[in-house]
Ligand binder design. Sequence first.
Ligand code: HEC
Ligand code: HEC
Length: 270
Amino acid sequence: MNRITAGRRHPLARYAVLLLALGLVGGFYTLLAPSSERADAAIASGRADDVAEGKKLFQQSCSSCHGLNAEGTAQGPTLVGVGAAAVDFQVSSGRMPLANPGAQAPRKPPAPWVNADTVRQLSAYIQSLGGGPTVPTDEQVDPAKGDKARGGELFRANCIQCHNFVGAGGALTQGKYAPPLHEASPKQIYEAMITGPQAMPVFNDSIITPDEKRDMIAYIVGVREEPNPGGAGLGRIGPVTEGLVAWIAGISLLVLAAIWITAKKRQAHQ
Ligand code: HEC
Ligand code: HEC
């Protein structure tokens, strides 16, 4: 009898085999099952049952374009990995569910079934599929905690090439446009930056830190509240444009006056 067959008869052998089998099953399970990181992310962005509810809502209202498991179809991109923040932004601003495919999904009044609960559930479901940026906390987007002046500088450096000086919007190529920023909520402003909807670039936290994002929110929301002093708006960007307009208008007047004077003189000489 060799040593292995002898060992098999040992009273503890049975348990050893059982332990080995359990170990193998466990090992395979962790290899095959979705990573627990994703499940944690789902729980972080909502309650666990939100995921199940969100999946139902998704299959009713979104799967015709985004696929039964959000894998994407010819009518809409995959949503695996876009994150809860993208869903919260798109659905709360009425962009999704999209009604008519066009150059751009516009902001519109949200569908009647859209509310804080259904948006949270849909977001949790998409977050559970592949992670991605999560919805910011109220604290992170509180305009009262931001520095307007610093936000204004950051806004001018990063956003005005598309959104105009006070966020009044502007045209881009191919029928796309950067919308005015009068209506977006502080949360939507933050989410637009971290998800980069459509033609807008993503401003992740290494480009603009969360604190700087809050400063920009304070600026964008603050500009809305400033009373309009009347007269021509001139983009409402302050002394530089006003000076430019005064300069151009003033110089033009002087030029006209000079032409008028020389014309008079010429008449007098004749
Ligand atoms: C009629 C088709 C259609 C329906 C229905 C629809 N979508 Fe979309 N969705 C689109 C298209 C097309 C885009 C891409 C828009 C673009 O980038 O130009 C999109 C984009 C998105 C994005 C942005 C993805 C990203 O990369 O940031 C999210 C999030 C989203 N949809 C969520 C939803 C949810 C949630 C629903 C259901 C409530 C839904 N959509 C219903 C067509 C649809
Ligand atoms: C390259 C051009 C571009 C730049 C730069 C840009 N955006 Fe946008 N932005 C867009 C476009 C295009 C949309 C519309 C996307 C859509 O409708 O899905 C948009 C949408 C938004 C919205 C949503 C508005 C609404 O009413 O729902 C917000 C908020 C926003 N941008 C904020 C910003 C901020 C803040 C910055 C600077 C950090 C910025 N954007 C920089 C092009 C740009």
